[in-house]
Design a protein around this ligand. Sequence first.
Ligand SMILES: Nc1ncnc2c1ncn2[C@@H]1O[C@H](COP(=O)(O)OP(=O)(O)OP(=O)(O)O)[C@@H](O)[C@H]1O
Ligand SMILES: [Mg+2]
Length: 389
Amino acid sequence: MTSTRSGTPNAKIFVSDHDSEGVIRQSLNDLGVSDAEFVTGNIETAAAALATQTSPKLLIVDVSGVADPVSRIDELAERCEPDVGVIVIGDRNDIILYRNLKNAGVVEYFFKPLVRDVVKRTCNNVLTGNNKQSTPRAAKLIFVVGLRGGVGATTIATNAAWYLAEVRQRWVMLADLDLYSGDAALQLDVSPSHALREAFAKPERVDKLFIERGRIHAAERLDLLASLESLGEPFTIDESAVLSLLGKLQQRYRFVFVDLPVRAAIGIIRVLHQPSTCLLVSNGSLASAREVARWRARIGANTPERRTLHILNMSGAPGSLPKAEFLRAAGQSPDIIIPYDREIAVASNRGITATQKCASLNQGIVRLLRDLMGEPEEAPRSMLSRIFG
Ligand SMILES: Nc1ncnc2c1ncn2[C@@H]1O[C@H](COP(=O)(O)OP(=O)(O)OP(=O)(O)O)[C@@H](O)[C@H]1O
Ligand SMILES: [Mg+2]
């Protein structure tokens, strides 16, 4: 019946009891789905499995006996491709749970015992693309703005995107908006394309197929849009074209990073006011500290939907201001500090797999991603757990 995602079954079902499995199996048989994959388990089993597998079109997960189903759904959603349709089954007849699951983007919640006709109709809607719900959650949007040249913005953007995709198994897009001298592709060991220029020149042409053709595959879950346009053909980026492209990318990925040159950022302030996190990257110089204060003022106070984080990179490099003076010029403490480490500069010549191994950079990236994903800081380990853990 429906086409599969390159060898992935159309439907995967993680259910804990045989009665529900029987009803779902029969419903899918009625619909002619012959490639459904059944696993005895629940939403936690599903999250673990989907961390390493391509998502099916239809995913059915059991939350019976699970303590906090809505949080588990949020975790699961971050690991799946955005357009997967999720049906949840459980043992609680609870309207609040139902509403919360629907708000989390679930197509439908059914409590047991399941009714075959209803299950069949809902599965059919998902598999044929007729489900009205299942509005995929838009990706988190992260701007990375280097406040002076060479402060390490691209290093941070590429390493954060890579870590999130390869270690944390999230679907990530990195768009390098420096169309003339961006080096995100170089840092990720892939070749740029001309898709970004085309996307900005003819925004109306950008659709799912355009993104699929133009993206550069940098890792299993990491795609890149990056160009290296001819210097003889100047081109200005239009704000509404950027807004339009980002909106489309946000429907296809879980995290969209934008490496945004500061000179381009000046002209597209509306873009920076989208629900997002804006990472202002500086080094420890006076010039950079002043820019932090100026950009914080320019962007304005944080709101519940949008905030600014300051990463002080290359801290302690020759020419850095003493801490107190830096604070005075920047106006407030940095949110994340990454030290100057020669190993990072040396590794960058050998590409992303080498920079990922730099502990000083990695620690900063892990802290940043925890913050972006809303995860609590790791508690300091107790003496006993350090000895026995
Ligand atoms: N914490 C660090 N310690 C030492 N070297 C670093 C550090 N962070 C980045 N670098 C190095 O600094 C150089 C510039 O980094 P990068 O290209 O990421 O900066 P950028 O802000 O994107 O520059 P541009 O203005 O050209 O876009 C690279 O060689 C990189 O390896
Ligand atoms: Mg750069």
